[in-house]
Design a protein around this ligand. Sequence first.
Ligand code: FAD
Length: 464
Amino acid sequence: MSSPQIVWLRRDLRMADQPALYAAAQAGPVIPVYVFDQDRAGDHAYGGASKVWLHHSLESLGKSYGARNSRIVLRRGDAPQVLAALADETGATCIHAMRHYEPWWKEAEDELRDALGEDTKLCLYDGNYLLPPGSVTTGSGDPYKIYTPFSKAMLERLPPRDPLPEPGTIHSPDGWPESDELADWDLLPTKPDWAGGIRDFWDFGEDAAHDRLEWWTDVVAEYDEGRNLPSEDITSRLSPHLHWGEISPAQVWHKLKDKRSDGWKTYAKEVIWRDYTQNVIDQFPDYPTQSYRDYDERTLWRNPNAGHLIAQDLECWQKGMTGYPIVDAGMRQLWQTGWMHNRVRMICASFLVKHLLIDWRFGEQWYWDCLVDADYGNNGVNWQWISGTGVDSNMFVRIMAPLTQSEKFDAAAYIREYVPELADLDDACIHDPPDDRRGDYPVKMIGHKEARERALEAYRSSKD
Ligand SMILES: Cc1cc2nc3c(=O)[nH]c(=O)nc-3n(C[C@H](O)[C@H](O)[C@H](O)COP(=O)(O)OP(=O)(O)OC[C@H]3O[C@@H](n4cnc5c(N)ncnc54)[C@H](O)[C@@H]3O)c2cc1C
């Protein structure tokens, strides 16, 4: 019998269109392994909401392997060392893995290559993005920094390749290596169990991702009109499924390819944004922690570590107690469900960095901890885009007006759902309730006009 093949699972928790699994299954008996390596990513170790999703996703994938008379081996520790030891233990001749572009995973891939004995090789595959990050370049071969030209160049090269099926047979090894119990990893919160809202809002795993995609095929035509309306359910909500690799973007693309509406065209550009952010972190690995413009950041930002009033401002934002209903609805949706509507993600992020003048990295970290789709590239690139501190074309002086946005995008029902203190207010005043209609709900932390002037002044000083 041929020698065992290890499949190293990371954010690729699916059976179909999983090139690493597909290749391994053709080469010999398969040992799928997930290594929980919490220390490797430093500031970007799994956040609380990510751990909840990871637990349920592994549980679901474990059942899929179980139905194929296989299983996932769970191990904890430094991924390259654990995998190299497992290859020795099992006599595996190849570790198959999907390529990941976060800097700590690229480093781990290099370390693993060095740690493997000469009888074992590492085979890497692309497939978590429409096209391999780094492969879409300008005429002179340089990677793109700005979204619009990147997107145009990508559209010329799409569609992505056809998705692969699940492997026909998955042979088991003669003996299974020992595995941890998933429950022992303590990924789920218990004291207290704050994850009830996440469980209510989501179904986890590959089947759930495909169910949602099936639903989305009927709704995508409305995306152009509806995607900015937080009160409506007119976005795909596939982001955590895509992030954890429960579904591939190629599967999404090919499923929708006959739905050539304006909604689909706009939707395709959003999925391309996901490829774009990987292209950015592939070029600038520290992008989610490092500003790329020449502001004097000591003058620009108010630092929550430097004064308790600024720390209190940060806390009001985190808890959804700013006095701006649309901002508070968004921050509470995030806390309860692990997700926030894109329009509101922008409004809340802009509020932190422009209205409160708090360094975007504090917001990036909060979203990182709370989002079930927390993604190094998507989160970091979008925060820099909102802050106007990145390599893209957006400017700091573009300041979103939360109250106008709330009215324009008809957020009344959304506010009623997530800010129940205001549920009795009518549409005319719910976006900006007069002080005598607020009850226990807080007054605004700062007026919009005052905040705008303060932000512009800080910006001017930071450029002096
Ligand atoms: C400050 C901020 C932080 C963000 N952090 C994350 C994050 O950590 N993880 C994440 O997946 N998205 C992030 N986004 C992007 C976007 O808000 C979410 O992808 C989207 O809201 C997910 O909902 P959906 O699946 O219904 O999206 P849809 O509108 O249905 O879009 C389809 C898919 O395209 C991708 N996508 C859409 N918009 C973007 C975008 N602006 N950038 C990159 N990819 C996009 C997502 O994979 C999404 O599932 C962030 C946006 C902002 C403004």
